[in-house]
Design a protein around this ligand. Structure first.
Ligand code: GLY
Length: 378
């Protein structure tokens, strides 16, 4: 088991990562300060898969330490990106009231990125804040969204526009949970893994280039190497910049374009990682146009993204709608678009005030190429 620490001004906690973490969940949670009750938040399919194992582990360890494990009635909600809304948060908070959760309650969020973001936001706001443990079950959630305390929901106007920073009390990552993940979900996580390579880890990028076939086959040794490496990178970045005043911004590589793509398609067409995959293609091309990145490095980045699998085609939207969607992104400052752009593989920087004409041209190119790739795959 790897223990990776996050130390931020607001909280310190560990991420326990390794095979069997889920069956040790009860004893690991029992090592936290006692809670008045433990409340599981999850989605129906995830709970069906993981619930029985988790319950066994908790019943053996928590009995006596916490007044109750409210496990018999986990709070379940649908976990598509389109359900990541204020309404779902309200539903969860109301369910917690009905279940009698008080300020000493401990929430355990079991699921992918949507479950973690929504349950995390519920934890941040319920009774003005209760503790939450994350048990991420998808690759995106294991390497990214469960770590660092960003919680929140989407608005029709844009992705993650309402939320709070609320660090978890503990994160438990069991790579074996990925074995049953649908292929598309797994690939969606790989785009976020590639992101870590592009933004700061050349060694990881090379590894992904050399071993994509094994990784797509979910080779255990490869995943056991990749996952803690990404988690350590994220833990270090978040520990140095909890509130995204500087270095944490680099994690938004591919997200200006990606978030716009998700909101333009009403959160229904792309998994988050897929939108980030296209977003990194756009960022690499924009960086070449802005003479910041060599075409050779841009080609390597694109090739690796395409090697992780087919991405859904990008519908055609007028440039004005793209630009409006990007302007409502959190990263926009004083109406000026802000992008994280690669300088070379393993290094990125934030760039303000990129010409909208250039952005429009790159979007047009990426959209056309996406359609061509789709045709080629038929
Ligand atoms: N997913 C980007 C961040 O946590 O900062």
């Amino acid at each position: 088991m790897n223990t990776i620490s996050v130390e931020t001004p607001s909280a310190s906690y560990t991420i326990e990562c390794g095979r069997g973490a889920i069956s040790r969940a009860g004893s690991l949670v029992a090592s936290l300060a006692p809670a008045s009750g433990i409340y599981f938040l999850s989605s129906p399919p995830v709970w069906k898969h993981c619930g029985p194992l988790l319950l066994r582990s908790f019943r053996g360890n928590i009995a006596g330490k916490s007044k109750r494990v409210a496990a018999a009635n986990p709070v379940l909600f649908r976990d598509g990106e389109q359900f990541k809304t204020m309404r779902t948060v309200e539903t969860l908070c109301r369910a917690l009231v009905r279940a009698g959760a008080d300020r000493q309650a401990l929430l355990v969020a079991v699921g992918g990125g949507v479950v973690g973001d929504v349950a995390g936001f519920a934890a941040a706001s319920y009774l003005r804040g209760v503790r939450v443990v994350h048990i991420p079950t998808t690759l995106v959630a294991q390497v990214d969204s469960s770590i660092g305390g960003k919680t929140g929901v989407n608005l029709p106007e844009g992705k993650n526009l309402a939320g709070a920073f609320h660090q978890p009390a503990l994160v438990l990552v069991d790579p074996d949970l990925l074995r049953s993940l649908p292929d598309r979900q797994f690939r969606s996580g790989l785009y976020e893994v590639i992101k870590y390579g592009v933004l700061g880890d050349r060694g990881l990028f090379d590894f992904l280039e050399n071993r994509m076939t094994q990784i797509l086959a979910r080779d255990r040794a490869s995943l056991n190497w990749i996952i803690p490496r990404c988690i350590s990178a994220k833990a270090a970045i978040v520990s140095g910049d909890e509130r995204e005043a500087g270095a944490r911004e680099s994690l938004n590589l591919g997200h200006t374009f990606g978030h716009a793509l998700e909101s333009l398609t009403r959160y229904r067409r792309f998994l988050h990682g897929e939108a980030v995959g296209w977003g990194m293609v756009a960022a690499a091309r924009l960086a070449v146009e802005a003479t910041r990145l060599s075409s050779a490095d841009a080609r390597r980045i694109e090739r690796l993204i395409y090697a992780a699998g087919p991405l859904p085609a990008i519908p055609a939207f007028p440039a004005s709608r793209w630009l409006a969607a990007m302007r409502s992104d959190k990263k926009t400052r004083a109406g000026r678009l802000r992008f994280i752009l690669p300088r070379k593989i393993g290094e990125v920087s934030a760039v303000d005030g990129v010409s909208e004409k250039l952005v429009g041209r790159v979007i047009g190119n990426v959209t056309r190429d996406a359609a061509r790739r789709r045709e080629g795959q038929r």
